[in-house]
Design a protein. Sequence first.
Length: 337
Amino acid sequence: MDARQKLARGGVIPAHPLALDSSRRLDERRQRALTRYYLDAGSRGIAVAVHTTQFAIRRREVGLYRPVLELAAEEMRDRDVAKIAGVCGSTTSAIDEAATAKDLGYDAVLLSLSGLASLSVSQLIAHARAVAEMIPVVGFYLQPSVGGRTLPIEFWREMVTIPNVIAIKIAPFNRYQTLDVIRAVVESGRSGEISLYTGNDDSILADLMTPWDFGGKTCRIVGGLLGHWSVWTSRAVEQVANVQSLDGAVPAGLLTLAQQITDSNAAFFDPSHNFAGCIAGLHEVLRRQGLLAGIWCLDERESLSPGQAEEIDRVYRLYPHLGDDEFVRENLDRWLR
């Protein structure tokens, strides 16, 4: 399958974390183990070098952008999954990163507009077109609280006219802005060509369960590309399969499950501290499962927020059916080989 076909299937695409040792150096063994976990859990793709992987991998003194892409690409080789690489920065930088991803066999790039606040809508579209000339693009509406910017519907109406835009990750954490993206795709007539993925960690199942309808013109969000799905991934695969099998009314139990997932996300992503502990929170879950040795981030200031560990304890206690500790326990030694 080509990139468009792979993404059209929908499903779970985890955002890949970065495994570090206590010296904050790349832990290659555990980095590979994470990729193996996501593949064996049933993910339909993996996104690497994105926010969850830590943007600091791009710093010259860190130099981990290509290495983490290489490791994941090696593990995904010959696997029928969507290989997605994050790209960001100026047009020159984004094209350079896209070239690296293409060279390593990635199917598409997730195009972050973080750091481009000074550009006009027309300049942002030119930026996207330049990257799309090299490799298929997954558009990205990133919430402003973690570096994104508010994008008017006019931006998305232009974005969906770019032939090599094959999907969009919708993650503004805002219902009005989510509607803007979906409307733009539906009104363009390209809803059969552009796959929609939720990145709204506060409404994952709700996004997936909703038949979006604009005066008879309809579409679905087919999957998610989420940092949240970097943990408890095998359960996420089951949840999405349940949603995709729905025919008609949504059972009340799924609505309750959606609320429980959002509550868990609040513990992992730390919205009460403006998402300061979002990466460390995911690391903490993976540490408890044995996939990571610690919660170290490249930035020594990034760690759990006050009370966050207790919140993670709480959701572990309340929602054992959301976790996949047993699945990890059964396979961990093999993944760490």
